[in-house]
Design a protein around this ligand. Sequence first.
Ligand SMILES: Nc1nc2c(ncn2[C@@H]2O[C@H](COP(=O)(O)OP(=O)(O)OP(=O)(O)O)[C@@H](O)[C@H]2O)c(=O)[nH]1
Ligand SMILES: [Mg+2]
Length: 218
Amino acid sequence: MYHLLKGLHEFLTRKEEFSVIILGLDGAGKTTLLERIKTLYNDTPGLSPDKIGPTVGQNMGKITLPSTILKFWDLGGQRGIRSIWHRYYDDCHAVVYVIDAEDRERLSEGWEVFESVLSAPQILGVPLLLLANKQDSPRSLSVEEIRNDYEDWYRHKLDSTRRTYGAENEAEHRRERIASLDVMGVSALEGTGVRAAVDWLFIRVQNSRRREDQGTGQ
Ligand SMILES: Nc1nc2c(ncn2[C@@H]2O[C@H](COP(=O)(O)OP(=O)(O)OP(=O)(O)O)[C@@H](O)[C@H]2O)c(=O)[nH]1
Ligand SMILES: [Mg+2]
């Protein structure tokens, strides 16, 4: 009887776990974001920003939400470390791409890398959130400006690609994805917008799981 009740209790209180990967160039603020999320959602606070150095490899942090555990993987963004990102693609349920909205010089490098993430076949269909970080800085571009900058960059790239390869179909597909791309402004440093971003992830992983269940007839 005890085991039956214990099993029932475990079944009723079980939490599903989803993996979220946090990507973006070095210095975009990924680890600051992860530690901010830990501070906002866990009893034990995350590291304070002055204790955070460049990530060599990965950091992991978990938070518990109603019937759900979100497991965040913050991956190092330095050029040499980006080659490990693809190893996380197969098992992730959502992707967060962090852009440093203050660093105009590196925006196109950021888009170039973003593009390589978007074009990974394993990422197709996975919820993807673009975060314009460092909104606390007066020098930062707004969400609207970041979106426009990406669209301009993309249009420019498309023109040169069309001239070279004429890859119309793929371009159309990508255009749809850009149109439906969600962009949110956050300050990982101060925490503004971070809860809204976590809410977005929570809803999107639940929805995509439901679609998966329907797809397999469960
Ligand atoms: N003003 C401001 N600075 C930020 C914010 N988020 C991060 N930073 C700063 O940006 C720098 C880089 O932050 P990290 O979190 O280490 O960046 P990262 O993306 O993890 O970098 P890598 O580990 O090298 O990939 C640090 O000096 C942070 O304090 C923010 O929201 N606002
Ligand atoms: Mg880091």
